[in-house]
Design a protein around this ligand. Structure first.
Ligand code: ADP
Length: 185
């Protein structure tokens, strides 16, 4: 396999903002081009690596630290790691960025009203009714990134446009050759 540079691409945003959708699309294109990639999906991670952790600030931070640790190991071995996790707190996102080094932050941004309207998993309804407590955006904070490498406004742009933005950032930062995106479109 061609030499590839490891990098963590960290997708943060509200539930329903589009993290999973963009991650899957980016992953598919990278796989088709023969890159070695791994997806660390927040929901899946909470079922195994961080099983038992809750949604207090301390537990959310611990969840992100563990994801960050695995991501660091993979990244330093040349893997392109796509992390898809709400990761609501700015400070711990900065912490993992510093530890990993090769890091591209993607703010998957849609207004709360849009996410709630989509209600992909029916969770906002449950959060509004009080069935789910500490729900990000409703009854728990979300601290948007101040200087993300990429911001995908998924209420205003198509999935293809969001994906292209991620590729452009990876190219600009030197993690992918510039022909990668041209091949995808
Ligand atoms: P998250 O993983 O952030 O919880 P999902 O990816 O599961 O969010 O859901 C996002 C929803 O928004 C999907 O139904 C997707 O089809 C839709 N969507 C609309 N426009 C976009 C876009 N530009 N990028 C990503 N998702 C989009």
């Amino acid at each position: 396999m061609a030499q590839q540079k490891g990098v963590t691409v960290w997708f943060t945003g509200l539930s329903g903002a589009g993290k999973t959708t963009i991650t899957q699309a980016v992953a598919q294109t990278l796989r088709e081009q023969g890159y070695g990639i791994e997806i660390l999906d927040g929901d899946l991670i909470r079922e195994n690596l961080t099983k038992g952790l809750g949604f207090s600030k301390a537990d959310r931070d611990e969840n992100i630290r563990r994801i960050g640790f695995v991501s660091q190991l993979l990244t330093r071995n040349g893997v392109i790691v796509l992390v898809s996790a709400i990761s609501p707190y700015r400070a711990v996102r900065e912490e993992v960025r510093q530890k990993i080094g090769s890091f591209v932050e993607v703010f998957v941004n849609a207004p709360l009203a849009t996410c709630e309207e989509r209600d992909v998993k029916g969770l906002y309804k449950k959060a509004r009714s009080g069935e789910i407590k500490q729900f990000t955006g409703i009854s728990d904070p979300y601290e948007p990134p101040l200087h993300p490498e990429v911001e995908c406004r998924t209420d205003l742009e198509t999935l293809d446009e969001s994906v292209s933005q991620v590729f452009a950032a990876l190219e600009a930062a030197g993690y992918l050759p510039t022909e990668a995106r041209a091949m995808a479109h």
